[in-house]
Design a protein around this ligand. Structure first.
Ligand SMILES: NC(=O)c1ccc[n+]([C@@H]2O[C@H](COP(=O)([O-])OP(=O)(O)OC[C@H]3O[C@@H](n4cnc5c(N)ncnc54)[C@H](OP(=O)(O)O)[C@@H]3O)[C@@H](O)[C@H]2O)c1
Length: 282
């Protein structure tokens, strides 16, 4: 059974690749940047959702049984994704696992349209709906503002979020891709506690031994700040909207999907902060 990991350089995908590798499970990674983008020396194939001429490439390596996928940061991403699902089904793919977010609603514009397509076509599937990743805090933007400015800028205000580690998301994805019986459902993948960015800043201050401040911005300032930092206008608007929605406690929920699927509770933010403290101190 060979698995195709689209978005192979992403936060969850690289972790799924490690788990598949440890389980001696064959897989291919993809990246828009081609083989050189492969992490940890894994083979990567050039693939771009927005360039259909790249879609057949992974299948030239042999049969593929399951696909792990996530949306590109383009307008109406579900259009090429639905088309690719049909393309992959014609090539013999039986199972699809989609990593999306809490806001995906079955049948609605966004990843809900891809989810609906899975159900309508009768393929085996699983839709992962994680909350916000702890690993965002070690991505270049937040790494810089925490590491250099001792600041986290958001439009989340006092919204509570069950932050989740990409390690736990990847483990759920691994099961959804490889369990003998397809899950054929959605999983809300949530961390163990509800935290505001004030809580995150307080934990980082304690772990790093210096004051980290959460600066609460309005929608316009937040979006403009991201654009000035080099984020595309589309992505800046998308992320700002998600933060504004989170300020209304849209993300506020707890659940046991991680423990049910993996057999262990999800990682706490205290543990994540301890594991990564040197990264914010360099
Ligand atoms: N980060 C969060 O807090 C969060 C929270 C909830 C849900 N989610 C969802 O989780 C999913 C993954 O998010 P993430 O933060 O892990 O993203 P990520 O680390 O940035 O990974 C996204 C991947 O998509 C690939 N990609 C982007 N555009 C592409 C295109 N046109 N064609 C092919 N591949 C493309 C990128 O690979 P290359 O650049 O190498 O091509 C990258 O590896 C997304 O659906 C997101 O909505 C994220």
């Amino acid at each position: 059974m060979t698995i195709l990991l689209i978005g192979g350089t992403g936060k969850t995908t690289t972790r799924v690749a490690k788990l598949l590798s440890a389980a001696n499970q064959p897989f291919h990674l993809t990246s828009r940047r081609g083989p050189d983008a492969a992490p940890h020396g894994y083979p990567a194939i050039k693939f771009d959702w927005t360039d259909e001429t790249t879609w057949a490439k992974p299948f030239e390596k042999g049969d593929i049984d399951a696909v792990y996928m996530m949306e590109p940061g383009v307008s109406q991403p579900w259009v090429p994704m639905i088309k690719f699902v049909d393309f992959a089904r014609d090539k013999g793919v039986k199972r699809f696992v989609l990593c999306t977010g809490s806001s995906a609603q079955f049948g609605q514009d966004g990843m809900g349209r891809v989810w609906e397509h899975y159900v309508n076509t009768g393929v085996d599937y699983c839709v992962l709906r994680p909350s916000w990743f702890m690993e965002n805090l070690v991505e270049p933007g937040l790494l810089y503002t925490i590491g250099q400015l001792n600041t986290i800028f958001t439009a989340c205000q006092d919204g509570q979020i069950p932050f989740i580690s990409a390690d736990d998301i990847a483990e759920v994805a691994f099961h959804a891709l490889t369990d003998e019986k397809s899950h054929n459902c959605d999983h809300r993948i949530l961390g163990p506690e509800l935290l505001t960015y004030d809580d995150i800043a307080a934990t980082l201050s304690k772990v790093l031994g210096r004051k980290i401040e959460h600066v609460k911005q309005d929608k316009a300032s937040r979006c403009q700040g991201m654009i000035q930092a080099g984020v595309s206008e589309y992505v800046a608007r998308l992320l700002t909207n998600l933060e504004v929605i989170a300020s209304t406690n849209f993300e506020k929920r707890l659940g046991d999907a991680v423990e049910t699927v993996t057999g262990h509770p999800p990682k706490s933010f205290d543990t994540f902060a301890e594991e990564n403290k040197t990264v914010w101190s360099q």
